[in-house]
Design a protein around this ligand. Structure first.
Ligand code: NAP
Length: 283
């Protein structure tokens, strides 16, 4: 039997309609929600990412500012720009595109963003808010995965969730979000002794590794929900995830495709966080 597909494009369209409605409501109160996107350097991949973020803002009634700087910009100059954006009342969210050039301490720059404008959710204050269950911004990619689970009406309480990957931007926050919904959570990583033994127990598997075919059909319990965060290239150069989609879809109950799964959700949740920041600031 073939798994049902969780369509990230369709869910994104629905959520972006809600974003556009909230943006219109704010504009009617004289507040245009604003996102500043800061890009340092000329990495082609980063240029595509920031362009997509700016376009998503424009399409949904948010104001966006793209600040592009040369790769040799100093750390002090970048910190001064972040400080200016922190004080700019037309800007409600600040995103500094990562990775930054090696001479800039990315964590220092993230910590310079005012927590109330940290729409990427990478600031330690945001991480602490997620850890303690207090209001803050959730990192967009795992937040999008939670929305995908919500969209299929999946009840996490009492279920076993296995997260593969423990990065600060995906794996760890993902595990905390699942825990907050009362799932029993296992976090796996490169030193996990027997990954399949863990994933075969899972009702939900989130793969966030960055390696093709980390999860194959024999590692999945029949009917499990499989969320694929990975972004890799196959031998033909085509975008693919961490999951052996063709094999796993014959065993899983639900599965996200790559492309068209988690990817579009990430930008959508950035818009949601920016609207939220503008609403909080407007009171
Ligand atoms: P990352 O920082 O490189 O983390 C990868 C994690 O996978 C690490 O925790 C690593 O373990 C673990 N790992 C590596 N090999 C493993 C193995 N064989 N078995 C089990 N775990 C293993 O990557 P990331 O930033 O979290 O991103 C993960 C993937 O998601 C990448 O493909 C990235 O491009 C993609 N991504 C997609 C989106 C989107 O919008 N769709 C957003 C963000 C990221 P250790 O900690 O032990 O090294």
């Amino acid at each position: 039997m073939s798994a049902q597909i969780i369509d990230g494009n369709a869910l994104s369209r629905q959520l972006r309609t809600e974003v556009a409605e909230r943006a219109a409501a704010l504009r009617a109160r004289g507040v245009t929600p604003g996102l500043a996107v800061v890009l340092v350097g000329d990495s082609p991949a980063s240029q595509v990412y920031v362009r997509n973020k700016v376009k998503a803002c424009e399409d949904n009634g948010l104001h966006s500012v793209l600040e592009k700087y040369a790769a040799d910009m100093s750390e002090a100059e970048l910190l001064a720009r972040v400080d200016a954006l922190n004080r700019d009342p037309s800007i409600h969210g600040i995103l500094v595109q990562l990775p930054l050039p090696a001479h800039i301490d990315a964590q220092k720059v993230i910590e310079a963003i005012a927590p109330e404008k940290d729409v990427d959710g990478f600031h330690v204050a945001s991480a602490g808010a997620l850890m303690t269950g207090t209001p803050g911004f959730w990192p967009c990619t795992p937040y999008g995965c939670m929305k995908m689970l919500e969209s299929i009406g999946f009840e996490l309480r009492g279920k076993h969730a296995v997260v593969i990957g423990r990065s600060n931007i995906v794996g760890k926050p993902m595990a905390l979000m699942l825990l907050a919904k009362s799932a029993t959570v296992t976090i796996c990583h490169s030193a996990t002794a027997d990954l399949g033994a863990m994933t075969r127990q899972a009702d939900v598997i989130v793969a966030a590794v960055g390696k093709r075919n980390v999860l194959t059909a024999d590692m999945v319990k029949p009917g499990a929900v499989v969320i694929d965060v990975g972004m890799n290239r196959d031998d033909a150069g085509k975008l693919c995830g961490d999951v052996d989609f063709e094999g796993v879809k014959e065993v899983a109950g639900w599965i996200t495709p790559v492309p068209g799964g988690v990817g579009p959700m990430t930008i959508t949740m950035l818009l949601v966080n920016t609207i939220e920041a503008a609403e909080r600031s407007a009171g």
